[in-house]
Write a protein that binds this ligand. Structure first.
Ligand code: ADP
Ligand code: MG
Length: 363
């Protein structure tokens, strides 16, 4: 694409979609100053935001070093999304020590004793391109690497379980029926080839090759392979014990860190993931809560979202991003912040914020 045409397109999108952060911060002069190979790389990074003007971010990293190499675009986008002022230093510090959090982390409220809880982190192995730039062979070789790590994990009595693949002809291949039921159980990711944002970024290319999931014997520790990031590592359980949930994730994450080549991490941005929204702890911790009174007659969850915002919480529908409330007012509540906040702070925000929301629900 010619620079002039690109700059024209960017300006047109900026008019129609000021929310698209890529076009907001794309600097045509800077683009023109780059060498050909860098321009090619950048075009792949921003393809999703050009093809999908309604994108919130509009750019996906293709390689872990994109964040440093293309900082003139990424840094302002990241600061905007994560609400970090331009002159503030960004630093990601990890903290899994949950002592000192105010309140009883093992129960938010007795009436929420059967809540479905989930916490995941996104991780990518530094030696591979990010999913948007992987070849089919790289997707398959990455899956093989992950399977090797899982085979060690499976021998650990604290994990056990199995690996289920979507790769055609894989010895671990799961049936269509099993895949559907695992998606319905919220254990496995949806068909990515139906997602236009991921398609434009190349993240869903070669679907379903190199995709799969590990699930522990107790079905409380799971790993997605080949979704938006190389790995989405998560703990899931029912009840109200948030500390137990986070501790389960931390234990499994540490095991995998020893079984896999180094993850792409930076002292500034933390976990280097495909989407700039997932930098930092790369963590999303969520509760599936039934809030019939707060969601009543509110199909797009506007009122609830307004209530959750000052608490640092975001609301998603019961089937994940871009879905609506489920039966009985079932919604997905999670802290907004990922970058510049520790795991402990994320747990704290989920716990304190949910307590406040719940008090409003039962008032
Ligand atoms: P993420 O981007 O954090 O992986 P998504 O919004 O894409 O999350 O949702 C992924 C899947 O996880 C969906 O099936 C969603 O319903 C499920 N999910 C999210 N939070 C919970 C929860 N607390 N309990 C059960 N399932 C959940
Ligand atoms: Mg997702």
């Amino acid at each position: 694409m010619k620079s002039e045409q690109l700059i024209k397109d960017v300006h047109a999108i900026r008019e129609a979609h000021p929310e698209n952060l890529m076009v907001r911060y794309f600097d045509g002069e800077w683009f023109s100053s780059l060498g050909k190979p860098e321009q090619e790389r950048l075009l792949n990074i921003i393809a999703t935001g050009l093809k999908n003007p309604d994108s919130q971010m509009g750019a996906y990293a293709m390689r872990p070093d994109d964040y440093a190499l293309f900082a003139p675009l990424f840094d302002p986008m990241i600061r905007d999304f994560h609400s970090i002022p331009p002159d503030t230093k960004i630093k990601q510090v990890s903290d899994w020590n949950f002592s000192g959090i105010q309140g009883d982390l093992s129960a938010i409220d007795q009436r929420l004793a059967d809540t479905s809880m989930r916490v995941r982190v996104a991780r990518n192995v530094a030696a591979y391109p990010l999913p948007g730039a992987m070849s089919r062979d790289e997707r398959l070789s990455f899956e093989a690497l992950a399977v090797e790590a899982f085979s060690v994990l499976m021998k650990d009595p604290g994990f056990g379980g199995q690996y289920l693949s979507l790769t055609p002809g894989s010895p671990h291949q799961m049936s269509e029926r099993e895949y559907t039921s695992r998606v319905q159980a919220h254990q496995m990711f949806k068909d990515m080839s139906a997602d236009r944002y991921l398609n434009a970024a190349g993240i869903s290319a070669d679907w379903p090759h190199g995709r799969g999931m590990y699930v522990s014997e107790q079905e409380d520790f799971l790993v997605w392979v080949g979704e938006e990031d190389h790995l989405r590592i998560m703990a899931m359980r029912r009840g109200g014990d948030l500390k137990a949930l986070f501790t389960r994730l931390h234990g499994g994450l540490e095991k995998l860190e020893h079984l896999l080549p180094p993850f792409a991490m930076s002292p500034t941005y933390g976990a280097l993931n495909s989407c700039p929204t997932n930098l930092g702890a790369g963590m999303r911790a969520s509760l599936h809560l039934k809030l019939p009174s707060l969601t009543q007659g509110d199909a797009d969850l506007k009122r609830l979202k307004l209530l959750a915002q000052p608490l640092g919480l975001v609301v998603r529908g019961a089937a994940g991003e871009h879905s609506g409330a489920g039966e009985g007012g079932l919604v997905d509540i999670s802290p907004n912040a990922r970058l510049g906040v520790s795991e402990k702070e994320i747990l704290n925000r989920l716990y304190q914020g949910t307590k406040t929301l719940w008090a409003a629900e039962i008032r």
